[in-house]
Design a protein around this ligand. Sequence first.
Ligand code: ARG
Length: 720
Amino acid sequence: MKKLLISTIALLVFCTVKADEGMWLLSLLKEQNIDKMHELGFKLSAEDIYSLNQPGIKDAIVGLGTIGRPFRHFCTAEIVSPKGLLITNHHCAFSAIQQHSSVEHDYLSDGFWAYNMADELPNSGMTASILERMEDVTERVASGLNEEMDAAARAAVIDSIGGVIVKEAVEGTLLTGKVISLFEGNQYFLFLYTIYKDVRLVAAPPQSMGKFGGDTDNWSWPRHTCDFAMLRIYTDPNGEPAEYTSENIPLTPKHHLPVSLKGVQENDFAMILGFPGTTDRFATSYSLANTMDVTNAIRYKARTVKLAIMKEEMNKSPKTRIQYASKYAGCANYWKYSFEQNKALKRLNTLGHKQEIEAEFTRWLQANAGRTAQYAEVLPSLQKAYEESHPYAVAQAYLMEAFAGPELHQFAYRISGLIDDWFDKELPEAERAEAMTELKELAKEFYKDYNVELDARLFADLFRMYNDEIGSDLHPHVIGLINDKYKGDYTKFAEEIRLHSLFRSEEALLAFLEKPNRKKLEKDPAYIAGRSFYEMAIKLATFTNDNRAVIDRNNRLFVRGLLEMENGKALAPNANSTIRLTYGKVRSYTPRDAVFYDYHTTLTGVMEKENPQSAEFTVPARLKELYKEKDFTPYGTENIVTCFITDNDITGGNSGSPVINANGELIGTAFDGNSEAMSGDIDFEENLQRCINVDVRYVLFVIDKYAGARNLIEEMTLVK
Ligand code: ARG
């Protein structure tokens, strides 16, 4: 009884401690967060997470990137075994799974399980970063800067000082480093990572589990998605990062996360470490209006058209369905996000809240002559710059969607440099041959997932949309050409691409390369479209350059002012793909009047949602059997908990991040946010914003009982 009383009191105390907004920097946890984390129930120390002297939790946190852009982490993963085994989301590995799939080996539909390491599949181009250390280098960077500098001069100084800092830090090591701006240019940190280049696919459930609920359930709770996949990091025989070779060995990590079988209760402590991509919490009302009326509105409109075309064509053949699965999912994800974000921003009157902050900022600066001198122009300048760049922003948004809608013109333009090399008889034979080899490789990769019938329809509809929405002064050359030569018949132009472009198929391209002819290339409709859209993108960037500089400068001043106004209160910088920690607890919520959402879901909900008529809600027969047999031990007793929610502060890029309990053990993997708080990237909603996680016991249950991959279970450290 006494014990019960104590825990009730503890519960009451915990309930008064609110979740903290913020994606915090690991090196500052001790200073900024650890006390609060302890109040919430965390049992370890800040050094157990991040320390310069000992391995810690951070050594088990992996940022997934791509070879050309290793710092732009598209997702997170966590190390769960002494052999470099990773858990991430199914949707993070989706493109890898898709690339390994064909009509014969459909890993999307059937899942993929490596029952021994030899079966694991290399993912060309995927990288895995693990943080070595981070350091505040603001003073060194700031020593070269002054307020009179224009944007270009400023950028040059930051680059050159940053370059020296990185060079010093990585000298004689295998580390890769980057100096990154925080708080909109008011702070600079050096991040040093070990970047591994051999990351293999180990396991993925069928998409009927890994993507259960599809786009209907995406961005929403209650959720029943088994959104996990497994990867493994490989190194050379010395344990160092290396490109894929068959001699590589599994990584021996400094730390791997133990996996808890205990499960979660409401109000349990939960923290998440990962690589959140972008937030804009210091956005002004002007930038917010642009996000709503331009970025989100146009993206939603253009992608509605794009998705309908893709879906129709995908329904026509299994081949196209596999080819476009990942492209479709990526497009649909932010299509829905844009719509839900606008809805949430309106409902929560985020614009009004931003205006209140601006009014407070104005009162604060007016109260003091020094501040007035520094900050009085900030908001008016921002307002003016956004107003002036509005027409270009609209063109940029349509251009983004039209340019990145169809694909053939992008591909044609992208490889045209290599084609030039190949055609250039003056070049040494070896260089020409190299260009040809690369062309063949790029072509093989591109055409594997390309369907010209589908693409032609995208050309017609998205180019037409650009023409209809944007004045002729901002038309790329190709739009003028279609309006003149094709009399504005966009379908006819698309047909020309489909039937006659040199790039319409791998065979056509290779045949063209046999007989070099620059004139033919210059006349190719796909090439013309690619080049002219690219040129227009550059032009639009130039037109907006001055206003962009005004916006950057005044955003920096605005944030600096806000930091001064907050007077030393710990604030977290916006997400920017660098490693962060968010802490909070398992927590139910009330999305709207009279509705209560519990903190977890179970397999029962999967069976309730089942609909064999819908690809999104099909349940594999084997899972239904397992559910009936009720053989859940040791992953559950009466049922399997599928997903749970926490009030952690996460965003895109955090996908695949470990949810860790008070003892430093893995309890789940984060995979989504809830639509009611989709405004969260701009304004955190403490009572509404939830992070959606797959329960690690569901993951283990599927690996063990569904797939029989005991080899993977045995690698892990399970804690009862
Ligand atoms: N909304 C998730 C995220 O951005 C992606 C979920 C993928 N699932 C899907 N049904 N499209 O992290």
